[in-house]
Design a protein around this ligand. Structure first.
Ligand SMILES: Nc1ncnc2c1ncn2[C@@H]1O[C@H](COP(=O)(O)OP(=O)(O)OP(=O)(O)O)[C@@H](O)[C@H]1O
Ligand SMILES: [Mg+2]
Length: 389
């Protein structure tokens, strides 16, 4: 009977997860379109308003709020495993420094955040947005564990594991980047520790915690072939330690924010059913010097392609999730007739396993919504300079 009960309980959990996943996917799709418009318009306003101009601070606040909303949406998606993992070579120290200001704002004044970052830290391969989520979740948990204030220490270092330290359930031997988040909070009993990675396990009051934070972190770390461990005692604080396999590849250096976004003179077909997003994309690309053809559906895109009559088309930029004809079907139809066409997919989420696999294998160029005009410009350049399939 106990075994039966347990099975029933597992099934119920799974159904709950499945339902939440579907809901999250649906919400995220709409939210990411909305947030792309909010963020994109903020970026262009920011460019037109000089430093100190009336309203500039308001625009920056709107942009920050939009970024927080985007982080939340990403959290829902990561948890429901509907997010698209677009791994990149990253410098974990740089990610921590970039997030620093946001983290300090999130946790308030009673808690001091300090960092101890290894100087010659190796790079890791992971999705940059997901690494941000891991950091935010761990730091927020630390804050919640210190209602009367305290200290959080975020630390990185290189570690090398020899064969004896690596076991079948642990990481293989090799070089790793260790990231740890240590707090001086209330700590955890063994019973709590045993359950923290379970979805929906929370000791917080309703409305204060969903119990998804660490389940999400665990999923992300596993996807990056990493490992997470916890050390905690009631009253003695908590340390989460994460290991990510190190990579020899060098992180791509980001161009300075003041450098103009890259442009070009190629011809681009933009297909997006959400009108405000389409307008924003087309405006940004025209601003970059490209010749832009726009379409609001797969059918309209095919018609626009026919109207070109064999004229030059260099790149198809298409939304993935559209009614009637999705982006991947459209891309297949057009590339049959235009074999050296480059393709850039954009989406907030997808249930399309083929596409997801393609992105994680770096075969498909993909732009995660919400995106800013600059991110769009960079991905477009990257897609155009890729060899045709
Ligand atoms: N740094 C910590 N110190 C003490 N307890 C912790 C810490 N981090 C997590 N926990 C315990 O683990 C539980 C699960 O954490 P998790 O992040 O998954 O969910 P949550 O924080 O309760 O809710 P959510 O993150 O979804 O808002 C927490 O409710 C808390 O009991
Ligand atoms: Mg949490």
């Amino acid at each position: 009977v106990t075994a039966w009960r347990r099975l029933e309980e597992q099934l119920r959990q799974q159904q709950k997860l499945e339902a939440i996943g579907r809901l999250a996917g649906g919400i995220a799709h709409d939210f990411n379109n909305i947030l792309t418009v909010i963020g994109g318009l903020c970026e262009s306003l920011e460019r037109t308003l000089p430093e100190g101009a009336h309203g500039r601070d308001d625009v920056l606040s709107i942009r920050d709020a939009g970024e927080r909303a985007a982080a939340l949406t990403a959290q829902l998606l990561a948890f429901s495993r509907r997010s698209i993992v677009d791994p990149a070579v990253i410098d974990v120290n740089a990610a921590i420094e970039r997030l620093g200001g946001m983290l300090r704002r999130l946790i308030g004044e009673d808690v001091a955040v300090s960092t101890d970052l290894a100087r010659d830290l190796a790079a890791v391969e992971a999705d940059p947005g997901q690494l941000d989520q891991v950091l935010v979740n761990l730091v927020l948990n630390a804050r919640d564990a210190m209602p009367g204030g305290g200290d959080v220490l975020v630390r990185t270092r290189n570690v090398v594991l020899g064969a004896p330290e690596s076991s079948s359930d642990g990481p293989p031997a090799g070089r790793f980047v260790e990231l740890s988040v240590k707090d001086t909070g209330v700590g955890m009993s063994d019973e709590v520790q045993a359950r923290i990675f379970e979805p929906f396990f929370t000791t917080k009051r309703i409305g204060e915690g969903t119990g998804l934070g660490l389940a999400t972190v665990h999923g992300i770390v596993a996807q990056a072939r990493g490992r997470i461990t916890v050390e905690s005692r009631p009253g003695a604080g908590t340390t989460f330690t994460l290991l990510f396999p190190a990579t020899e590849r060098a992180p791509a250096s980001r161009p300075p924010a003041e450098a103009p976004a890259p442009g070009g003179s190629e011809t681009i077909l933009v297909v997006e059913d959400e009108e405000p997003v389409r307008r924003l994309v087309c405006r940004a690309l025209k601003g970059g010097g490209y010749t832009v053809i726009e379409a609001g559906s797969g059918a309209a895109a095919l018609a626009a392609f026919d109207a070109l009559g064999g004229g030059r088309l260099d790149l198809l930029v298409t939304d993935v999730v559209m009614p009637r004809m999705g982006g991947r079907e459209l891309a297949e139809l057009i590339s049959q007739r235009c074999p050296d066409l480059r393709i850039l997919f954009m989406s907030g989420y997808t249930d399309d396993a083929v596409l997801r696999e393609g992105v994680s294998q770096a075969e498909v160029t993909f732009l995660q919504k919400p995106f800013t005009p600059r991110q769009l410009a960079e991905k477009v350049r990257a897609a155009l300079s890729k060899p045709a399939r």
